[in-house]
Design a protein. Structure first.
Length: 158
């Protein structure tokens, strides 16, 4: 009987920590949430006023990109670019739209032949992006976030 009492006391003494509650700090919760957060997806893509009526995510993204490309093409069409050889190139612009909706060009991939024919193409492309309408930044979980895009620009001059 004495052994049973000792065994019960030992059992109760060691099992008390099973009832102990673990304290969870807000920092722990935030860290856990950030681990499950998909940083490559946004709830709403950056947009222009002309694209605000679109509700589908992919339609909104397409409208945003088409508006940028149309703006760049319109600007380039106004320029008097003279070449000695035909130019047909797809220039890849890596752009960033920050939380405030400001657009910056991170990099450009231009074929050397295009640069040889149009040495000012870099500055022309940058200038064309300065005249885009006001950009509303991307939204992720109700917060404005910075996003990066790769924008293909087709340059064809005969």
């Amino acid at each position: 009987m004495n052994r049973i009492v000792c065994l019960l006391i030992l059992l109760f003494a060691t099992s008390c920590n099973y009832f102990e509650k673990k304290k969870v700090t807000p920092e722990d919760l935030l860290e856990e949430e950030l681990q499950t957060f998909n940083w490559n997806e946004v709830d709403t893509y950056p947009t222009f006023t002309s694209c605000e009526t679109l509700t589908a995510k992919e339609e909104s993204k397409a409208c945003f990109q088409n508006t940028l490309i149309t703006n760049v093409n319109a600007y380039l069409a106004q320029q008097k670019i003279i070449v000695t050889n035909d130019v047909f190139d797809t220039i890849k612009l890596s752009i960033i739209i920050d939380k405030q909706g400001l657009l910056t060009v991170e990099s450009m991939k231009i074929h050397p032949e295009t640069i040889k024919e149009i040495p000012e193409i870099d500055s022309l492309l940058r200038q064309s992006l300065k005249s885009v309408p006001k950009i509303f930044p991307a939204i992720k979980r109700g917060q404005q976030v910075t996003t990066a895009f790769e924008l293909p620009v087709i340059v064809q001059i005969n």
